[in-house]
Design a protein around this ligand. Sequence first.
Ligand code: 6GU
Length: 236
Amino acid sequence: MRLDVVTIFPDYLAPLDLSLIGKARRDGLIELHVHDLRDFTHDRHRTVDDTPYGGGAGMVMKPQPWAEALEYVAGQGDSRPTLIVPGPGGERFTQPTARALAEEPWLVFACGRYEGIDERVYEWATSAYDVRVLSLGDYVLNGGEVAVLAMVEAVARLLPGVIGNAESLVEESHEDGLLEYPVYTKPAVWQGLSVPEVLLSGDHGRIAQWRHEQRIARTQARRPDLLPPPPPPADS
Ligand code: 6GU
């Protein structure tokens, strides 16, 4: 998979050299390019923002540097990339989104800052890109960079060969709609706290049953929104 990130803070993406994602890059499973938006400006101050038409707080990212950067990046390959613009006003990024994006050959991320990118860029970009605005959740970050770190990690770890033990991908929170069961390791008693007896029993059927019950209980307690609605009360 090819990934491109356009940002005014290329250093923000440095963690993508680390850990499993860094190894996947060195192994050639992911090709990642980070571009500095300011390289596509032409003035002495490398200006990327300006005041909003209509007034209001903050600054808006100018369309021209974005158009030149996105045109340059699209020209680097021969397929039609998906352009992802992270932002709190986007559609929710979820595990199914990550799975769908992991099937794509080429993702380009456009990191906005300030109050956002001039709206005309989104429409303009549809000639070369499939454009998606995606949000991590209902809170506000200062820019798209941290969101890109999260999205790239969520997508890249689904690519064949990135995670050594592919089995660890299936028994995970959000893969089947339930949260993960609690896990324990040695010692069996720590700080006076015992590991649940069933896990020491060697009875794999009982262990599987217990883990399933724990997943439901945990989902009920922490994320009831993930569970199907309770049946309506029976008529009397
Ligand atoms: Cl994807 N971007 C920004 N800037 N803020 C966010 C977000 C994304 N998701 C939640 N808040």
